[in-house]
Every structure is written in structure tokens, then in C-alpha cells.
Design a protein around this ligand. Structure first.
Ligand SMILES: Nc1ncnc2c1ncn2[C@@H]1O[C@H](COP(=O)(O)OP(=O)(O)OP(=O)(O)O)[C@@H](O)[C@H]1O
Ligand SMILES: [Mg+2]
Length: 278
């Protein structure tokens, strides 16, 4: 049985003959670090041998083409899908011990919107971890749920069925649920997909407030034109890790080309490169 690990402790890999192998460097303060992560749904890995470190008190973007393994990386980081190999550390702790510190907003297409539940129910689901599934939500917690809806501009919709909202409104409600969890690490899968400019602004304002409060935000993001404006750090993936680092140094034409291959037009890349476009 694995022994408990304190935050920041450097784990070692036990080899088959029982000797400890080289220590795996895991930055103790990093909100999220994965090491040697491989996930496979079939024969071909969706994520292969990925190392990634997402920094504290910052906004990080996970960037890559469709099918690159971005959602898979997030789900494996949450511990909700099995890993073929590798480890996930949340604030230096094994994921199994730190799940409660993470809030997750799934990719919209993956949610069953016909599920018969109200907006208020969805947000209060974020609070169940505290009270247990059979526990009663106190008035204080209901007030907290309402406050989170208010933060995303959805307080007027509290009693609406979730399936009767527009896509952008649903996205705001799922963000409210994540806020209700009062987590330290927020994982969001394409939070801006299919939302209008006002909703995008509202969501980015909430995320920037989280960062200002000292939280870490990691979001899968497709719109390359807003990366510089929204994010501090990028992780580029196409099944394998392509590059990672501060936006200023890692979000480069060369790295984008390596990530997308021929799928991005040269003119598009010119506009995005640090020296081009402006
Ligand atoms: N449940 C599943 N069963 C089998 N294959 C899957 C499953 N989920 C994802 N895949 C496959 O794994 C690969 C990575 O999928 P993933 O959803 O992680 O990509 P993504 O980078 O999030 O793409 P997108 O930008 O389209 O959301 C794809 O080839 C996909 O078809
Ligand atoms: Mg995805």
C-alpha cells in the first residue's frame, strides 16, 4: 500500500526489484503537476508521456487542435478517468488526496442538458462535498449558491430548468457551481466556447478575480487571438507535450506550428507571433 505523502515531499518510483529509482521532481507549490502521464481509450494513447507544471496564482491555457488530448488531460488531472501510467499532483499531493481542492467546469458538449434539474440545484451540487449527499443545505449555503449565481449574472434564473437556458447561460451556471466549491484550483474545459462577447467578458472577469484571490486557473482554450490578453502561462499539446511556459516565451510561432502542424495558415501564425502582426 502506498504510504501517505506530505505536501512537497518528493516521491520515488519503486522499481520491480524493489529499489527506489530516481526521484520525480514535483514542485510542492504547483497547483497542478503531471509526470509521465499516459492515457489511452484504445490502442493509441490520447495523451502520451506528458509532463506539465501549472504555476500558482496564474491563468494557464491548454492549447492544441481537436483531438489533441486536452479534455483527456483535464479529466486525468481530476482523477476521473484511469491513467495508463504517470502521476498527478495537486499542490504537491497525490490527486487522490487533493481532489477536494479542485473545481471543474466540463466541456459543454459533454453535459446532458435534459437532466431535469434547476439552476439552483446545479450550483448547490458544488456544495455537496461539504455537507454530504444526504446532508441538508443550510440557509447559509443556499445564500452562498445565490451569491455565486449573482457573480456570473445569473441570479434571476435560479429556478429555471437547466435545459431551458441558452448555451452561454448554461456555461455561466456551471462556472457558478465551480465558484460555490470554493476550490484552490479551477479546471475549465473551453469556458468560452460558443458564448457571446458579453458572456466571455463576464467569465474572464470572474476568472481574473479568482487569480487575484490567489487561485490557479487552468483552461482549455481555442481562440489563439486572446491568449496574450487572458493568460500568463501556456501548455501546448498534441498528444505529447509540445511546449510550456510563460506566454511571452512559450506562445511562439514555432511552438504553434509544432502543435498544429499544417492546420494553421501562415498568415494566422504571423498575426500571433510576438514580432508579427502588431
Ligand atoms: N471516451 C472516449 N472513448 C474513446 N476515445 C475517446 C474518448 N474520449 C476521447 N477519445 C479520443 O481521444 C482523443 C483525445 O480526445 P480529447 O477529447 O481529449 O481531445 P480534445 O483535445 O479535448 O479535443 P477537442 O478540441 O475536440 O475538445 C481523440 O482522438 C478522441 O477521439
Ligand atoms: Mg476537448
Amino acid at each position: 500500500m502506498a504510504s501517505p505523502m506530505s505536501p512537497g515531499q518528493q516521491p520515488t518510483i519503486a522499481t520491480e526489484n524493489g529499489r527506489a529509482a530516481r526521484p520525480v521532481a514535483v514542485p510542492s507549490g504547483a497547483p497542478l503537476a503531471v509526470r509521465g502521464l499516459t492515457v489511452s481509450y484504445g490502442e493509441k494513447p490520447a495523451v502520451f508521456s506528458v509532463d506539465a507544471t501549472f504555476p500558482a496564482e496564474s491563468m494557464s491555457a491548454i492549447i492544441g487542435p481537436n483531438g489533441a488530448g486536452k479534455s483527456t488531460l483535464l479529466k486525468a488531472s481530476l482523477g476521473v478517468i484511469p491513467r495508463l501510467s504517470g502521476d498527478v499532483y495537486v499542490f504537491g499531493q497525490a490527486i487522490e488526496k487533493a481532489r477536494e481542492r479542485i473545481a471543474y467546469v466540463p466541456q459543454r458538449a459533454s453535459v446532458d442538458w435534459d437532466f431535469p434539474t434547476t439552476v439552483m440545484d446545479v450550483v448547490q451540487m458544488g456544495l455537496y462535498r461539504r455537507v454530504g449527499l444526504l446532508g441538508r443545505l443550510s440557509g447559509r449555503m443556499a445564500a452562498r449558491a445565490r451569491d455565486c449565481l449573482d457573480r456570473v449574472g445569473m441570479a434571476d434564473f435560479a429556478h429555471r430548468q437547466i435545459g431551458q437556458l441558452s448555451g452561454g447561460q448554461q456555461q455561466r451556471v456551471f462556472l457558478a457551481r465551480a465558484l460555490a466549491q470554493d476550490a484552490d484550483l479551477y479546471l475549465l474545459d473551453e469556458p468560452f466556447a460558443g458564448v457571446d462577447a458579453a458572456t466571455e467578458r463576464a467569465i474572464i472577469d470572474v476568472l481574473k478575480t479568482l487569480k487575484a484571490e490567489g487561485k490557479a486557473v487552468v483552461a482549455v482554450h481555442h481562440d489563439l487571438s486572446t491568449v496574450r490578453d487572458y493568460f500568463d502561462h501556456v501548455f501546448l499539446i498534441n498528444v505529447r507535450r509540445i511546449a510550456e511556459g510563460p506566454v511571452a516565451t512559450a506562445f511562439t510561432t514555432g511552438n504553434l506550428q509544432a502543435t498544429y502542424g499544417g492546420r494553421l495558415a501562415a498568415t494566422h501564425l504571423d498575426e500571433l507571433s510576438p514580432t508579427g502582426g502588431a
